[in-house]
Design a protein around this ligand. Structure first.
Ligand SMILES: NC(=O)c1ccc[n+]([C@@H]2O[C@H](COP(=O)([O-])OP(=O)(O)OC[C@H]3O[C@@H](n4cnc5c(N)ncnc54)[C@H](OP(=O)(O)O)[C@@H]3O)[C@@H](O)[C@H]2O)c1
Length: 328
């Protein structure tokens, strides 16, 4: 099969399209022909080896995983002998982990892994674009922020894959949402339901004097220290990007319910059962049109180097999708 392969750390140009062996499936696994996958900051970190601590996971000297890509949507090609819930021809979506591999024509995943039937009527691009942002935003806002109806929620980086999902999910929970993004994405964030959008090139959100119950920094550009000024007395700062001061407080945040708090979550490491339940919730909310996927653009697997460049730029709007047509 064709796959985007990374054999050494570096810029987007280290990614090369190669023929590699098709995955072999075990009795409890499915082989999925990938029709669409996403590419985002986690792939960029696994390719570049930056930030340096990412190498603890992705490989100290060279990438541990040659084929990147965590999310997939596609068609079940073959199933192992003990698989019951899926059959060849089923349309599925989900996420691999801890090992990536979706920037390829085929992936294998255990029946008990993070894989579900695609909601009826969805094309592969939408089916893959709904996965990562929501599986991140939902635990952050529901479990970390315990967002309730009427809460005021600030989403920084509201235009990204995670932020665009966070704006929608916070609105679904009944919050009043302010989204911070760049000038090119103000209309996008407004269209997702944000009550107010703030262009970070024109207004500094931490100096407005407004207060929020939850500050969700989906892009990691504002520190807890800065955000304390806009948090309510019992407000919580949550960030997708780990920092030492917040990591040290994360344990405290879980053990106390008063005072300003801060937490980093690593949603990819949450128990599989929780992630599977959230993927089912995503399907339900999408079917009810309470949430929608946000797609920046769709590129071909041949354009994977360009896709890495766009991700490195840090300004994609929602999800960057790589479509992989079937080989006749
Ligand atoms: N902890 C976890 O479990 C977890 C899970 C998933 C992802 N992540 C991390 O979460 C981060 C975001 O991921 P993503 O996929 O959403 O990235 P993304 O799609 O690249 O989104 C980042 C967004 O932030 C906006 N932005 C850039 N500079 C900004 C600034 N100074 N202020 C406000 N917004 C700014 C960008 O667009 P504009 O500026 O052009 O509007 C872009 O839309 C990454 O670091 C990723 O590694 C963590």
């Amino acid at each position: 099969m064709r796959a985007a392969v990374v054999e050494r750390y570096g810029g987007p140009e280290v990614v090369a399209l190669r023929e590699v062996r098709d995955p072999e499936i075990h009795d409890d696994e499915l082989l999925v022909r990938v029709e669409a996958t996403t590419i985002g900051p986690t792939d960029a970190a696994a390719r570049s080896g930056r930030p340096a601590f990412a190498r603890l996971y992705f490989g100290l000297m060279r990438p541990r995983h040659a084929v990147l890509g965590f999310e997939f949507a596609g068609v079940v090609e073959r199933v192992g002998s003990s698989v019951r819930r899926f059959a060849p021809g089923d349309r599925v979506h989900g996420a691999l982990g801890p090992q990536p591999g979706a920037h390829a024509e085929f992936v294998r995943i255990a029946e008990g892994g993070l894989v579900a039937h695609v909601p009826a009527g969805w094309d592969p691009v939408d089916a893959v674009a709904i996965v990562d942002g929501f599986l991140t935003a939902i635990p952050f806002l529901r479990d970390g922020g315990r967002v309730r109806r009427g809460d005021r929620v600030l989403v920084n980086g509201a235009s990204g894959a995670v932020g665009s999902a966070a704006v929608q999910f916070a609105k679904h929970l009944g919050a009043e949402v302010v989204g911070v993004c760049g000038p090119a994405h103000l209309d996008l964030v407004r269209s997702l339901g944000a009550d107010r959008v703030v262009d970070y090139t024109r207004e500094d959100i931490v100096t407005t004097g407004e207060r929020y119950d939850v500050v969700f920094d989906a892009v990691g550009t504002r520190s807890f220290r800065e955000c304390r000024r806009v948090l309510t007395a019992d407000g919580i700062y949550l960030s997708t990007v780990p920092s030492l001061p917040v990591l040290l407080r994360t344990r405290r945040a879980r053990s106390t319910d008063s005072g300003q708090r801060a937490a980093n979550l690593f949603t990819g490491l949450h128990p599989l059962a929780e992630k599977a339940a959230d993927l089912a919730l995503v399907g339900e909310l999408a079917a009810a049109e309470a949430i929608r996927p946000v797609v920046d653009r769709v590129l071909a697997l041949d354009d994977v180097v360009e896709a890495h460049r766009i991700v490195d730029g840090g300004h994609k709007g929602g999800n960057l999708v790589i479509a992989i047509p079937a080989v006749e």
